[in-house]
Design a protein around this ligand. Structure first.
Ligand code: ADP
Ligand code: MG
Length: 694
């Protein structure tokens, strides 16, 4: 075993650990449970629990926890020790099947939206055997789903698992109707590229906004930003390199294939990409990755910022969700092959994705809605809040021909010639890259680029799978009983393209022309989360989720409310932080600045001079101080008004229309003041100190 591979997955109770440690028949039935969704029985659970316990204790674990993903968007855990006191006073190490499959955390302290009124505090966690248990901080972590006493889902994993089953069922139906009898299962895979910032910990600690809100609420631009384009793919600095090395080590031990790492566009911004894996595992692993990224940063005197927009004026961070679906026979259904025009299966699935994204644009937008991601979407570096699909010219050309019945005479893959003999020639990809598209076809997968860096990828994938399942179920209905299935399938592709091509856009998504064009096409442009979230419960979306069996109406309404409450709380905390910083730091700093100038003025005046520049500076400092004071008062009043509002939706509109503009106004004045205040009087680190000192 090589040096790189010997530690890989050592902290995961993975397939090989199970194979080595479980009796043969138990191993076999567990595998069946996992791959065929067979029910779990308690004898099986007992055997697995025992093997897990022995394995974990050997690796130094003392505790175990059910690890779950409540609607906070992060993970939760409650540790219990393996020790169990006996009647005779002795202590044994114990971990039973019952404790493996079920836990009972108190559900009342987790967000439940409107469901809270109708259920008891008791909640249950249930073992998800399709995601491997792992060891973190001497604790055996068991991935679990989380629901209330009344059975309502309170987490992000359960709907994701349901959507994967629905997608598998409908995709299999379609493929079997097309004659692929050997297909029994379809899986969706995801590779989530994760962007992040690293800043110096001591510098970070001096900024209340970064500590409490994860982003800077004040800060004039540094003289240098990203305009020289010298950071993207640039040489990685030694301190960052050391961080990345340790991060990789930790992730590899947890069986996470962290693969690519590079500097991103903004100063101090980086990216980590894992190798893609089954969606459920990818979602768990991404949560774990975010946690480890933060932890490792601390050991290097750094802080890892996962906020979508920590700094105004430089690029924010996203999480590109690369998504593909594959049959149990090993076929990637999004792979066009050498002759996409005649690849009817591919075209049918492509048409299904186009239809799904068009029909459920609003839902996709909602899965990435958060107060923090709003600062990024529609900025210069991220797709706008308008959902569209990039296909590239070749695939669009093919679909045009299918629609119009014209013969397709498109090019086979062209060769790329560099014109230099020693450099290899290679086949060009059938699609170029379009970095501006929110949903881009990239060769054999779709890349959904709207998710924010801090968000769980579960919601986005749950909606993709659910919407695709719904469309495929309609396609299957149309194929049912047809003799000429291929011709029927091509008619479906034709109709789908004709009816949904408005969602396809191959141009520059950042341009103002696209915003106008999208409006003409009738596409949604949901600029803020406050605009987007209420659509979650519109009729067609309710119908989708209840038909596919993902959410009940009550569950969906509760999720809507939780999202709104979260949006309001985040903005409320930011407003309070601004008020605090303005009152305690900024206004006093400006007063000190003004009085220092006045002292200088009077000492200079005593010599008979009357310096115009100083007088102007004094007037400016006093004026800025006054403006800051007024803007802070105005923001405080708005914040008090917000506190009186009880309806989350009304409150979210108030945040959008009143609070955020008042915050922007206060910031504008503060940033102006920063430019004219001497550095030694400015009360916290500046952008150039934050962005250029790692
Ligand atoms: P990029 O140029 O966008 O960085 P990469 O080929 O490096 O593209 O892949 C980016 C991410 O997409 C990685 O996480 C990778 O594992 C994932 N990926 C590659 N192929 C697939 C696929 N078929 N399905 C899902 N994800 C994939
Ligand atoms: Mg990418």
């Amino acid at each position: 075993m090589g040096k790189l591979t010997e530690n890989f997955g050592t902290l995961v109770f993975n397939d090989s650990a199970m194979h080595d440690r479980l009796p043969k028949d138990i191993y076999k039935s567990l595998k069946q449970t996992i791959s065929e969704g067979k029910d779990l029985d308690i004898t099986l659970a007992n055997a697995v629990a025992n093997a897990m316990k022995v394995w974990a204790i050997e690796k130094g674990a003392t505790h175990y926890t059910h690890w779950f993903q409540p609607l906070t968007g992060i993970t939760a855990e409650k540790h219990d020790s393996f020790l169990s006191p006996q009647k005779d006073g002795s202590i044994i190490e114990e971990f039973s099947g019952k404790r493996l499959i079920k836990g009972e955390p108190d559900a009342s302290s987790f967000p439940s939206g409107g469901l809270r009124a109708t259920f008891e505090a008791r909640g249950y966690t249930a073992w998800d055997p399709t995601s491997y248990a792992f060891i973190k901080d001497k604790t055996l972590c068991i991935p679990t789903a989380f629901c209330s006493y009344g059975g309502e889902m309170l987490d992000k994993k359960t709907p994701l698992l349901r959507s994967l089953e629905a997608l598998s069922a409908q995709a299999t139906r379609v493929l079997r109707l097309l004659g692929q009898e050997d297909v029994t299962r379809v899986t969706a895979s995801v590779g989530a590229e994760q962007e992040y910032f690293l800043v110096d910990r001591d510098t970070w600690a001096k900024r209340e906004d970064l500590r409490l809100c994860g982003r800077t609420l004040f800060g004039a631009p540094a003289p240098k930003g990203q305009e020289l384009e010298d950071h993207y793919f640039g040489v990685i600095k030694p301190r960052v390199k050391a961080y990345m090395e340790e991060l990789n080590d930790e992730l590899w031990k947890l069986g996470i294939y962290a693969n690519t790492e590079h500097n991103e566009v903004a100063p101090s911004q980086h990216e980590l990409a894992p190798v893609f894996t089954l969606t459920n595992n990818a979602a768990d692993q991404n949560q774990l990755t975010m946690e480890i990224m933060k932890k490792v940063a601390e050991r290097h005197g750094l802080v890892c910022l996962l906020h979508e927009k920590p700094f105004k004026g430089v690029n924010g961070s996203g999480k590109h969700n690369n998504w593909s679906i594959e049959t149990n026979t090993g076929v990637n259904l999004f792979k066009p092959g050498d002759d996409p025009y005649n690849n009817t299966v591919f075209l049918l699935f492509l048409a299904a994705v186009i239809t799904a994204v068009d029909d459920y644009q609003d839902l996709l937008r909602i899965t990435v809605a958060s107060a923090s991601n709003d600062h990024r979407l529609g900025g210069d570096e991220a797709p706008p809040a308008i959902v569209s699909v990039y296909l590239g010219d070749e695939l669009t050309g093919i679909l045009e021909c299918v629609e119009t019945g014209k013969k397709y005479t498109g090019a086979k893959k062209a060769h790329m010639q560099t014109g230099v003999h020693v450099l290899p020639d290679f086949k060009k990809d059938t699609t170029d890259r379009n970095r501006t598209s929110p949903f881009a076809f990239t060769g054999n997968k779709f890349e959904f680029r709207m998710p924010g860096s801090a968000q769980s990828i579960s919601d986005a994938n749950m909606v993709l799978n659910t919407a695709l399942a719904e469309v495929l179920s309609g396609f299957a209905d149309r194929l049912e009983g047809k003799k000429e299935v291929v011709a029927a399938a091509r008619r479906i592709v034709r109709d789908a393209y004709r009816d949904h091509k408005r969602i396809i856009f191959n141009g520059n998504n950042y341009s103002p022309e696209w915003v106008a064009e999208a409006e003409k096409r009738g596409l949604y442009n949901l600029k803020t989360s406050a605009d987007a979230i209420p659509l979650l419960v519109q009729e067609k979306n309710m119908a989708l989720f209840s038909k596919i069996g993902i959410f009940s109406e009550a569950e969906l309404r509760s999720r809507c409310e939780i999202m709104q409450e979260n949006y309001n709380k985040v903005i409320s905390i930011e407003a309070l932080t601004m008020i605090d910083m303005a009152n305690k730091l900024l206004i006093p700093a400006l007063n000190r600045h003004a009085s220092a100038i006045c002292a200088q003025l009077s000492s200079i005046a005593s010599c008979g001079y009357s310096p115009v520049a100083l007088k102007k500076a004094a007037a400016k400092a006093v004026e800025l101080g006054d403006s800051l004071y007024r803007a802070t008062e105005a923001l405080s009043e708005k914040h008090s008004a917000l506190k009186k509002m009880s309806d989350p939706e009304q409150a979210s509109f108030f945040c959008r229309d009143e609070l955020l503009p008042a915050m922007e106004c206060l910031r504008g004045i503060a940033d102006e003041a920063e430019k004219v205040t001497p550095r030694e009087l400015w009360p916290f680190p500046t952008y150039s100190e934050l962005l250029f000192n790692v």
